[in-house]
Design a protein around this ligand. Sequence first.
Ligand code: ARG
Length: 459
Amino acid sequence: MAKLWGGRFQKSTDKKVDDFNSSIRFDKRMYKQDIKGSIAHATMLGKQNIIPKEDSDKIVAELKNILKDIEDGKVEFEIDAEDIHMNIEKILIERIGDAGKRLHTGRSRNDQVALDIRMYLMDETADIEEMLIHTLNVLVDLASDHTETIMPGYTHLQKAQPVTFAHHLMAYFEMFKRDLSRLRDCRKRTNVMPLGSGALAGTTYPLDREFVASELGFDAVTMNSLDGVSDRDFVIELANCLALVMMHLSRFCEELILWSSNEFSFVEMDDAFSTGSSIMPQKKNPDVAELIRGKAGRVYGHLMGLLTTMKGIPLAYNKDMQEDKEPIFDSIDTVKLCLPVFCDMIATMTVKKDNMLKGSKGGFTNATDVADYLVKKGLPFREAHAVVGRMVFYSIEHDKALDDLTMDEFKEFSDIIEDDIYNAISMETCVNDRKVIGGPAKEVVEKAIADAKEFLAQQ
Ligand code: ARG
């Protein structure tokens, strides 16, 4: 088949090179953005009298037909036409002849692809932002039910101090809220219109770049033609934002996997979100959580792949840059696959409050509170720390929790201890006296939940 660029060639392209060079199998998903961009470009060419107004009208009308035909499944793309840009241009020329041949005036595929990918990523980012807002809603709703569900908090995966399940969930709320803000921030730098950069050095035609930008809803135009065609920072930034989303999902999934184990038994995934074993009849596996954790790997890989692809490319466009698409598309697809299933999984899981409370009681999670009790009675903290250390050693030897010690036993360690110790070191007091901003006390978490709901109502 004749190439749109075939004029200076004596031979047709090797079949293997056609297959190798072609990006249509993955860049066809940008057909909508490609057509939108071409409509804006053609409209501007007509307005500026760079091409006849009637040709511009014909192009715009036919591009709309092509869009409809693609959406109705009537268009077959061709490998030989290489990419989505030339496939659509070729169809246009087949349908309207000479007028169609005027569309590419003052444009290169290099600025065209830079435009299309920016528009595509902004559309996908908007979808992912919606999904993150849904995730935040699910977390807040779940947290609202668990402001009194006491569980052990950990450091080093060793029991540390009691918190509530609501407090734990609201930690993830903070993470996903940052993800949302990062995506919005990344979008600001994606929202810049590169058309007019040409192949690399702009163009001699009097293009109205600002008009094209405003037709397409961009906030600004790129300010250097070399950078306009060779910048892929926004792709890498998005890959980074998405890697962080996956990191957050993966951390929570790792906890859910641990908590589903018999050893923890803090949660149980709904049957609809678990799978069995082909050999062990008793098994109920948290496959969904494991797969989300596993998929974080490919999304990290794409970030590293993109950085590596870009690191040695001299200005301006080089074909290496066609390699930006599959990784970022897969990162987008993976995040869009994981977020909804994660939301439904956590919304349907059973939270075993009794086991969480029991878990918070073992492991001396109130040891800090015993020390704080002594401090409030006048002992310097370092001395109190040492006293309670001895108490813990004694309690381990006698297989007791700190709250099981009798008053006589307490007095052996310090005679300033009185009956009010028992209330001061109960799990409820340990949690609810931590009223510092950001703390786990019921009233503080309730305030965090109220603030979160207000934030979500404004989205
Ligand atoms: N398919 C190419 C890409 O994705 C489009 C631009 C190609 N330009 C060129 N002169 N080869 O990067």
